[in-house]
Ligand binder design. Structure first.
Ligand code: 5GP
Length: 234
């Protein structure tokens, strides 16, 4: 597969065209941003770790029946993926309350929800990815009713699988963000699943092993990301 011109550069990844219309190459960068780009930095080898972590998780999800954009791990920083059109709706699922929801709803940090909470956000940096509901998504033509139904079904299944998967590695899956894409008439899981997009707490100590270390200047960001990868490889 030949890598052609760059199609898009995001905050953490670059997307390239290839000589096949239905394939893209995604390159993971070390750049780190938070608070919608207000905080900028870089974490040594973050791209290498996230590319590996996301490849491992997407391969497992695919094997368990979730359709994804992932095709293959190419090298330390690159993956071959299906050329999707991203649905401009970010999906967040929360098992424990922390982050933006505790400020929005005034609930206790670390509260274990009775059942997982699913939220939709409009993927729009200019407006800080505002929270929306399904009526907004349909009315604004962001996604259809049947697309939203599939997205919800896959998201809850992914959450159930990943809670168990991470528990086995001594990690609590607090919350995470997913993005889906359209590909040949189907909705498939896209983007990445990594310590950049998930909150992961050590089961024993509750130590944060994710991007909150960067967001909150907790130190040892690189070490925490590497520790997550190491646990996944066991
Ligand atoms: P919160 O809304 O509490 O800030 O984030 C909830 C979860 O979604 C966290 O795991 C967070 O990492 C993830 N998340 C939400 N929006 C984004 C985003 O724009 N980029 C990334 N990397 N993760 C996000």
């Amino acid at each position: 597969m030949e890598k052609l011109e760059m199609l898009y550069e995001g905050k953490a990844k670059k997307v390239y065209k290839t000589d096949k219309d239905d394939r893209y190459i995604v390159e993971y960068k070390d750049d780190a941003t938070a608070f919608n780009g207000l905080k900028k930095g870089s974490v040594h080898d973050k791209g290498v770790v996230n590319n590996k972590v996301s490849s491992i998780i997407f391969a497992i999800l695919e094997e368990k029946g979730i359709p994804t954009h992932f095709i293959s791990y190419l090298n330390e920083r690159e993956q071959l993926v299906k050329a999707v059109e991203i649905v401009p709706v970010e999906v967040i699922i929360r098992n424990l309350a922390t982050g933006s929801i505790i400020k929005r709803l005034g609930i206790e940090d670390g509260l274990v929800f009775k059942e997982p909470v699913l939220e939709f956000c409009y993927k729009n940096d200019d407006f800080n990815d505002p929270i929306i509901n399904e009526y907004h998504a349909k009315a604004m033509n962001l996604a259809t009713e049947s697309e939203l139904a599939k997205i919800k079904e896959y998201t809850f299944k992914i959450n159930d699988m990943l809670i168990e998967f991470f528990k086995d590695k001594g990690l609590r899956l607090v919350d995470f963000k997913l993005e889906f894409g359209r590909y040949k008439g189907d909705i498939i899981l896209s983007d990445e699943i990594s310590p950049d997009t998930c909150r992961l707490w050590d089961i024993e100590t509750n130590e944060k092993m994710d991007k909150d270390r960067f967001r909150k200047d907790l130190g040892n960001v690189e070490e925490a990301y590497k520790e997550v990868l190491q646990r996944l490889n066991i």
